[in-house]
Write a protein that binds this ligand. Sequence first.
Ligand SMILES: N[C@@H](CCC(=O)N[C@@H](CS)C(=O)NCC(=O)O)C(=O)O
Length: 209
Amino acid sequence: MSDAGLTLHYAPRSRSATALWLMEELGEPYTLESFSLATGHHKTPAFLAINPMGKVPAVVDHGRAVAELGAIAIHLADRYPAAGLAPAIDHPQRPDYLRWIFFSSAIFEPALAQKFFGWTPPASTVAWGSYDEMIRVATAGVQPGPWLLGDHFTAADVLVASGLGFGMRFGAIPAEGPLHAYVTRATDRPAYARAQAIEAREGARFPPA
Ligand SMILES: N[C@@H](CCC(=O)N[C@@H](CS)C(=O)NCC(=O)O)C(=O)O
């Protein structure tokens, strides 16, 4: 394994913000490789070697590339357990933790796109069911709280709260009730504030094209 440390490949105003929040929760030293998506850097052979999808975020951990937010979350939380962001593999809450990680990318993301783009696919056929089912399960999941696994804040909360907050900012998820209270709790965390400060700095450095 190379000893090049931990690097987050990041672009402002993108899902990279979720990985940035994860990094700040992790508390490990890392290098931020920041660029504007307008440069097309994420479609170059060098970047495609890190993430063949040519999308951000991506992480390189001592020479090992990890892409996809769910995979990044699982990898970082397990590899740096001092941050306490994941239940151990034999912990009774581990299956629920994994379900929420996958909920974020396999159910939440496409359900939000369904709402946003006005798709009307049959709920029994598509993998994510429906937007309404997603909202029902998420709303039940954040109660009684404070976190998805009760008292234990995990990497799954970063993914789910980040996605819900994004949906609320764009009006695709009502900013009210238990979901809003949950997002507020999560975004009150100091690591979120640190990530937002970096996001603001990098956003100013690379303004929208
Ligand atoms: N499934 C990916 C989604 C990543 C993604 O959609 N990234 C967008 C930015 S929000 C991107 O890189 N878009 C640039 C492009 O595709 O050209 C994940 O979970 O990490």
